[in-house]
Design a protein around this ligand. Structure first.
Ligand SMILES: *Cc1c(COP(=O)(O)O)cnc(C)c1O
Length: 362
């Protein structure tokens, strides 16, 4: 059987042409393509502004710096997320306070509320695997306690909550264009979406050495800029995003139907339009199942095997290590099955056949 990959990047002649167009333009950094990509991303998300940067991690670092985050500040984050979610704030001396998850794998908002202290300044809500968090509840908690919200949309580009696109509801949305994400630029990249024009203006300066004009540096900044070739590619990818997300939902529907009663399929809230960056099941004998699927040439993943609050990089920083029972249980059971924008239903069927065979349910 030919290999069924966990994910796959879309490339077609239109994508290649876009890269050539940028190469031939003679302008390579923060030019016309980047400006157009920012406008198109803002329109797709439903925000006034979008600011591109060299990655999610670095543009969020810049944002945190503008927010004035520093020592003594506490920010509530899930532990069950990609490590970068809380990396920038650690660099600024702030403290990530880890929340547990609910059955949809996103932050348990009742637990979030219980973690708020006088030092809490904000919450990073992660729409993990492409399933949105309950934004109305999250925003109500933030408003009551005067906290800011960053939506980590790195795995959820195009996902909707009650019809609203993620990245448009919190104070800021943060996206990644790394090759595995639902929208990639075939390289590194990221952006911040917001309706706060003053922040967007300063973020554009901070990412580019704090300058206004060519030689006027109003403050010291960084090089967290974006490249034209990636922007040109991203603009093509964005045109296909909604179609690819719809395909992901169809693959997920097939998995849901065929895997019911064999493994625990991922629950979806009635207000959610997920985009299945990952299709994650809970499986008995997970490691054996993964090995079995690998022998059948089916690639799977575990996102993530070790929660962030137990990572060596984090454990040494804080005297107190929280207990997060739902997170610690989930990491032993979760398995990400193949899914991407161009995946065919019969590939999903092959995955289901193999899983049924493993459990003797064929
Ligand atoms: C990929 C990812 C990031 C980091 O994005 P980069 O562009 O690689 O810096 C942050 N948060 C989540 C949830 C991610 O999946």
């Amino acid at each position: 059987m030919s290999k069924i990959p966990l994910s796959k990047c879309f490339v077609n002649p239109e994508v290649e042409e876009a890269a050539l167009r940028a190469i031939r333009s003679g302008q390579y950094i923060l030019g016309k393509e980047s400006t157009a990509f920012e406008a198109e991303l803002a329109a797709h998300t439903g925000t006034a502004q979008c600011v591109l940067g060299s990655s999610w991690t670095m543009i969020v670092y810049c944002l945190h710096q503008l927010q004035g985050i520093g020592p003594g500040d506490e920010i509530i984050v899930p532990s069950h997320t990609a490590f970068p979610t809380m990396e920038p704030l650690i660099h600024l001396g702030a403290k990530p306070v880890f929340a547990d998850i609910d059955d949809t794998f996103v932050m348990d908002l009742a637990h979030v509320e219980s973690l708020i202290t006088p030092r809490t300044v904000g919450i990073i809500g992660v729409h993990l695997y492409g399933h949105p968090i309950d934004n109305d509840k999250l925003l109500a908690i933030a408003k009551k306690n005067k906290l800011w919200i960053i939506e980590d949309c790195a795995q959820a580009q195009g996902a909707k909550y009650k019809g609203k696109t993620v990245g448009s509801m919190g104070d800021f949305g943060a996206f990644s264009f790394f090759p595995s994400k639902n929208l990639t630029v075939l390289g590194d990249g990221g952006c911040i979406t917001t309706n706060k024009v003053d922040y967007a203006d300063r973020l554009r300066m901070l990412r580019n050495h704090g300058r206004q004009g060519k030689y006027d540096h109003e403050f010291t900044g960084y090089n967290v800029r974006f490249n034209e070739i990636n922007a040109a590619i991203g603009r093509v990818m964005l045109k296909h995003l909604d179609g690819f997300n719809e395909n992901r939902r169809q693959i997920a529907a097939r998995y849901n139907e065929r895997l019911k009663g064999i493994v625990q399929t991922p629950p979806v809230r009635e207000w959610a339009t997920p985009v299945y960056h990952m299709y994650v099941v809970r499986a008995e004998k997970r490691d054996d199942l993964q090995k079995f699927l690998k022998e059948k040439n089916i690639e799977t993943g575990v996102h993530y095997p070790k929660p962030n609050h137990l990572q060596p990089a984090v454990i040494g920083l804080f005297p107190y290590i929280p207990k997060l029972p739902q997170t610690e249980k989930a990491v032993k059971e979760i398995l990400s099955l193949p899914i991407h924008g161009e995946m065919a239903l019969d590939a999903a069927d092959k995955v289901c056949d193999a899983i049924a065979e493993f459990y003797g349910k064929k």
